[in-house]
Design a protein around this ligand. Structure first.
Ligand code: PMV
Length: 326
C-alpha cells in the first residue's frame, strides 16, 4: 500500500469544520523502549512497539495557514533550511486539494535534529495544526497514525506523560497507532546533557535501514524490545525506579549495539558522549540512582528521581532538568 492510499483511507473518516488557521503545540518525547527498524518503510510500520516519556513544555509550536502560490516554511522565525522545507512540503503533498499551498511557521524550544526528537514534536504539532485548519475532527489516535507517516516517533508526541506506540500487525498500518496511558510519576526527572546540536550526518531512517539490512545483531532486537517494553510497563506501574532505569538504559545500549554491528558501522556517539556515560556508571557504583538513555545522536538524557536532583546537578552542572509531570 502506498502512503497516499493510507492517507486517503483515513480521510474518509474526517467530519470536522475547517478554520482559517490552525495552531498547535506538541511535546518532544524520549523513547525509553526505542523504535528501531521498520517492517514497512513506506508506511513507517515498526518491527517493535515502543514506549516514551514526553518532555512537557519542551517541544514545537506550529501555525498553519493557506498560502497564495507556493508553500512557505519558517523555522524559529526564519526561512527554514532547504532540506527541512522539502520534507514538510512532501508531507503536505499528502493532504493538498488541487493547487493548494500552505504557510507553516514552526518554533522549536529544543535544538532541531540533535537527537532530541524534534522531528517527533514537529510532525505531531503539524498534524494537530492541520487537523484544525482542514477540519478533520480526528481523535488523537487517528492523528498519531498521520504523524507516524511523517516520522515514526512523532506518533508518541501527541500525548503528555508516558505514551506507547503499538507496532500493530496489519499490512495496511491501521492498527499501528500511539496512545497515552494514565500512569504518572511526579518524582521522575529527565536531565538533558547536550553534547552537540549539529545536524546529524545519517538520519534515523537511513540508520534503521542500514542496521536492518547489514547488522547480525539486529535479529535479536525485536525480542529484546518486546521484553523491555513489558518490563517498563511493570516498572512504571510499580514505581520501581531501579528496574525502570536499568531497562531503559539497557534498551538504549542494545539499540546502539545493533548499529555498531552494521556495515558501514554506525556510531552516533562523540568522545564526550562516552565520557559522560562513564561518569554515570561511576556515580551509580557510588550509590547514586542514575541512568541514561540516548537516541540517534550524541546527547545523553539522564533518568533520575527528584531526591537525586542535587547530586545530579553537582555532577553535571550543565544539565537541563525536565519535570515531565509538572
Ligand atoms: O521517528 P524517527 O524516524 O526519527 O526515529 C526515531 C528513532 C529513535 O529516536 C532512535 C528511537 C525512538 O523511538 O524515538
Amino acid at each position: 500500500m502506498k502512503r497516499q492510499e493510507f492517507i486517503n483511507q483515513l480521510m474518509e473518516r474526517a467530519n470536522g469544520t475547517p478554520c482559517e488557521r490552525g495552531e498547535a503545540f506538541a511535546p518532544a518525547n524520549i523513547a525509553l523502549c526505542k523504535y528501531w527498524g521498520k517492517r514497512n518503510a513506506e508506511l513507517n510500520l515498526p518491527v517493535n512497539s515502543s514506549l516514551s516519556i514526553s518532555l512537557g513544555s519542551l517541544g514545537t509550536r506550529t501555525v498553519v495557514r493557506y498560502a497564495e502560490c507556493a508553500d512557505g516554511v519558517f523555522l524559529n522565525g526564519e526561512a527554514a533550511p532547504r532540506a527541512f522545507s522539502a520534507r514538510v512540503s512532501a508531507y503536505l503533498d499528502l493532504f493538498r486539494r488541487g493547487r493548494q499551498f500552505f504557510e507553516v511557521r514552526t518554533e522549536n524550544t529544543i535544538p532541531t535534529a540533535a537527537g532530541l526528537a524534534s522531528s517527533a514534536s514537529g510532525f505531531a504539532a503539524l498534524v494537530k495544526a492541520l487537523d484544525e485548519l482542514l477540519g478533520w475532527g480526528f481523535s488523537l489516535c487517528e492523528l498519531s497514525m498521520l504523524a507516524r507517516v511523517g516520522s515514526g516517533s512523532a506518533s508518541r508526541s501527541l500525548f503528555d506523560g508516558f505514551a506507547v506506540w503499538h507496532m500493530g500487525q496489519r499490512a495496511d498500518g491501521m492498527d499501528s497507532f500511539a496512545e497515552g496511558f494514565s500512569e504518572d510519576w511526579k518524582e521522575l526527572r529527565v536531565g538533558i546533557l547536550e553534547v552537540s546540536n549539529a545536524w546529524k550526518k545519517v538520519g534515523s531512517t537511513e540508520g534503521m535501514n542500514r542496521t536492518r539490512e547489514t547488522s547480525e545483531l539486529f535479529e535479536a532486537w525485536p525480542a529484546q524490545a518486546q521484553c523491555d517494553y513489558d518490563e517498563l510497563r511493570t516498572a512504571i506501574a510499580a514505581k520501581d525506579f531501579p528496574m525502570f532505569g536499568k531497562t531503559a538504559e539497557n534498551n538504549a545500549m542494545a539499540m546502539h549495539a545493533t548499529m555498531m554491528a552494521a556495515w558501514p558501522p554506525l556510531c552516533y556517539w562523540l568522545p564526550q558522549t562516552v565520557s559522560l556515560m562513564q561518569e554515570v556508571w561511576c556515580a551509580r557504583e557510588g550509590g547514586l540512582d542514575l541512568y541514561f538513555t540516548m537516541d540517534a545522536g550524541p546527547n545523553l538524557k539522564l533518568l533520575f528521581l527528584e531526591e537525586s536532583r542535587a547530586a545530579v546537578k553537582a555532577l553535571f552542572p550543565m544539565v537541563q532538568v525536565v519535570e515531565p509531570f509538572a
